[in-house]
Design a protein around this ligand. Structure first.
Ligand SMILES: NC(=O)C1=CN([C@@H]2O[C@H](COP(=O)(O)OP(=O)(O)OC[C@H]3O[C@@H](n4cnc5c(N)ncnc54)[C@H](O)[C@@H]3O)[C@@H](O)[C@H]2O)[C@@H](O)CC1
Ligand SMILES: Nc1ncnc2c1ncn2[C@@H]1O[C@H](COP(=O)(O)OP(=O)(O)O)[C@@H](O)[C@H]1O
Ligand SMILES: [K+]
Length: 477
């Protein structure tokens, strides 16, 4: 499992490691991990190593020593305030040069790859003129640039566009991913990100954060299993409430996704005829939405898709019944604050999240992890803040899901997600497991389709690919 750490959490971890006398060994481990990873990606390369004055620079200096041991030719440019102990150990084997723009330009041409450890999680804007000039020089490189921990100039916790930062080909994140590795636009500066160990057990680091990635191996265990004698009455039910005139496709898509996720019975209700609903579904037509209160619900309910003005009242009424419920789309309104219970899942996209938080979309996107936590606190239940990537929050924990792709930026994709999650709820998963497994499967199904359809991916393609994605997950493909 990849942990996600903020700069404050890294600071607290460093502080504790330092108190236990372990900081030096972790810097050594970090440097060695970086050298070994660079060696894997760029064997036999000549490496220009650029080291700043903080621990990020210390990692670079240690990495340089291990690169030498691995047989690389290296040139090291070190800041005059670079970590002295590490530097002395390196200077036993090779001389180093002062870190200046001229030296960077001069040595860049003679090397195959640049390893930069200028600034890490300790970076606070604004950039000094000295570092700005160095970063500009590095960005002129025609050679691949590898960043240690994060691209220098990017703020670890802030996914906003940096003023000026290293454009890395590859980034080796240390101990945990940082928000800047996961969320755009900042993540674009990192190139390919790989997480490396600093020799501290994950269990230990876990004390410092309750945020991590959704793991396929966990999802595999949570997904429902069927007995040989399963029948439609034992495979879970879903009831979709939504649609209005001209907006019934969303109900069709949610019900299709629920069937494709394995629900034994899928029903839907609306005040207008739902065109194109799969033939396998059962329709309970309503004259008026007030009739919802008398429906004989069983299994899970998904409410809100295309429902219009009355969605929040209908959702409030369903929530009072304490059924496993997915609250989506038009139902995601401020009047539902505090109404989520342990079997409720709210699934806003950033626009709906902004409405729920009474803020704007830019604010939500500037801190998706903070936004999903605030939503959970205000609304209760489990919150799925959709996006690329999606974040999920329970009362205790926050997750980031990394399956999915930009081909999924098309209409109806959220309706499919709501149907998948409702299906898993109806098959007996807890809200936490249904939300996490549903978000993961949705993204993985999208990834399966992307190869074939690219940006022409339709929401219904994803619904149809849930089974193959599930199968691939179970069989380790
Ligand atoms: N617990 C961990 O996760 C570990 C972290 N390590 C490394 O330590 C790094 C964090 O180390 P530090 O806290 O020393 O932070 P940094 O290495 O990011 O650097 C802080 C230094 O940069 C300077 N600086 C900050 N903002 C600046 C600006 N705007 N312009 C110019 N200079 C600026 C500071 O004055 C300070 O000297 C991580 O990114 C990682 O590379 C590793 O050494 C191993 C252990
Ligand atoms: N770039 C992307 N990367 C990963 N997932 C994406 C991306 N774009 C969209 N998605 C996923 O597609 C879904 C879109 O949902 P939503 O905006 O509610 O669509 P709609 O309202 O049209 O049904 C979400 O689950 C989102 O995470
Ligand atoms: K860096």
């Amino acid at each position: 499992m990849a942990l996600i750490l903020t700069s404050q959490q890294v600071k607290a971890l460093d502080q504790t490691l330092s108190e236990k006398g372990l900081l030096e060994v972790t810097v050594e481990n970090a440097g060695r991990s970086v050298a070994e990873a660079l060696h894997r990606h760029f064997p036999d390369s000549r490496v220009l190593v650029v080291a700043g004055k903080g621990f990020n620079g210390a990692d670079a200096v240690v990495a340089a020593r291990h690169l030498l041991a691995l047989g690389h030719e290296i040139t090291v440019l070190a800041h005059q305030e670079a970590h002295q102990d590490s530097l002395k150990k390196l200077q036993v084997f090779t001389k180093t040069f002062p870190l200046t723009v001229d030296q960077v330009r001069h040595h860049m041409a003679k090397n195959d790859v640049v390893l930069e450890g200028l600034l890490g999680t300790g970076f606070q804007p604004p950039l000094s003129a000295e570092y700005a000039a160095l970063i500009e020089a590095l960005n002129m490189s025609l050679k691949p640039v590898v960043s240690i921990d994060l691209p220098s100039g990017v703020r670890a916790d802030v996914p906003e566009r940096p003023e000026l930062a290293v454009r890395a080909t590859r980034t080796f994140a240390l101990a945990g991913l940082k928000p800047c590795h996961l969320f755009e636009p900042a993540s674009e500066w990192a190139g390919e990100t790989e997480l490396l160990s600093i020799g501290v057990p994950g269990q230990y680091t876990h004390q410092f954060t309750s945020t991590h990635t959704v793991e396929p191996s966990d999802v595999q265990q949570w997904l429902p299993r069927r007995n040989q004698n399963a029948h439609k009455g034992s495979a879970g039910e879903v009831w979709v409430l939504g649609g209005r005139s001209g907006m019934t496709g969303c109900v069709a898509l949610s019900t299709l996704a629920a069937l494709r996720t394995g629900s034994g019975l899928v029903r839907h209700s609306s005040v207008v005829p739902v065109e194109h609903a799969p033939a396998e579904t059962i329709s309970h037509a309503l004259q008026d939405w007030s009739e919802v209160k008398d429906l004989p619900f069983k299994g899970a309910v998904a409410v809100g898709m295309g429902l219009g003005d009355q969605a929040e009242d209908i959702a409030a009424m369903v929530l009072e019944k304490h059924l496993p419920t997915v609250v989506d789309a038009d139902a995601l309104q401020t009047s539902l604050r505090g109404k989520g219970h342990e079997r409720t899942i709210f699934t806003p996209h950033p626009g709906e999240a902004a409405r729920m938080l009474e803020t704007d979309v830019a604010e939500v996107l500037s801190d998706p992890l903070g936004a999903v936590r605030t939503l959970q606190k205000q609304y209760g239940g489990v919150v799925v803040l959709k996006g690329g990537p999606t974040t999920i929050a329970t009362k205790q924990t926050t997750w980031v899901n990394t399956s999915g792709n930009p081909g999924m930026a098309s209409a109806g994709m959220g309706d499919v997600l709501a149907g998948i999650i409702a299906s898993l709820l109806g098959q007996g998963l807890s809200a936490k497991h249904a939300a996490l497994s549903g978000v993961y499967l949705h993204g993985r199904a999208g990834d399966l389709c992307f190869e074939r359809h690219h940006y022409g991916l339709q929401a219904s393609d994803v619904a149809h690919a849930v089974g193959p994605a599930w199968h691939a997950l179970l069989h380790g493909e």
